[in-house]
Design a protein around this ligand. Sequence first.
Ligand code: HEM
Length: 210
Amino acid sequence: MCNKRVHGKSLTLIGDGIFNVSGDEWKFIRQVSSHEFNTKSLRHYVEDVVDIELNERLIPILANAAANNTIIDLQDILQRFSFDSICKISFGYDPKYLIPSLPQSKFAIAFEDALRTTTERFHNITPWKLKRFLNIGSEKRLKESVSEIRQFAKKLLNQKKQESSIQTVDLLSRFLCSGHTDENFLTDMVINTILAGRETTSATLTCRSV
Ligand code: HEM
């Protein structure tokens, strides 16, 4: 099961998750994920999560902005909507990122920083591998963000492991209940799912047809 996996990338954001492996490793993760993603109960859970996020958060915020003629940053709002939804689906955690005060969330910010810094590696003149080696500038910040994200994911995972009765609703609980307990495997799975669902969904929602 999980011991088939090659460890060694655990300090990167996506570790040995589905986006970073190939061959048998990819096949294994794909099989266990497909099984969970195809259950009717997960689909119902996703519907419930999105329904609550829409009716209790997104629509009231949009309605309030319309009633008061307030200008809002729709992209930011939809990113918050996607982040709350995907965190709840992935590991049953509600970051409460889309609430009227539009708060900062350490976890969401660390995620955004890590993705931005990784993308910027391709545009920077200073070789990022050198910066990583010297642990300076953007690579130092990236390391801190990744560490924050992974520590946070592991903390949630351990809390769930200690719960006497795991309610098998979110993806993490489902993997735990089906006997996948390896900490790195589960952390990578959660982070990769958030990565897969977060920006794709908010970017699609923000798309303008031409
Ligand atoms: C509008 C939203 C989304 C778009 C446009 C989108 C698009 C894509 C695309 C183009 C791929 C690559 C497929 C390939 O290489 O064959 C992909 C892969 C994937 N997506 Fe999405 N996606 C979206 C939402 C989601 C959500 C919400 C999740 C999870 C909750 C998700 C999970 C995944 C996973 C796990 C993979 C990797 C599949 C694999 O390697 O076998 N995606 N997505």
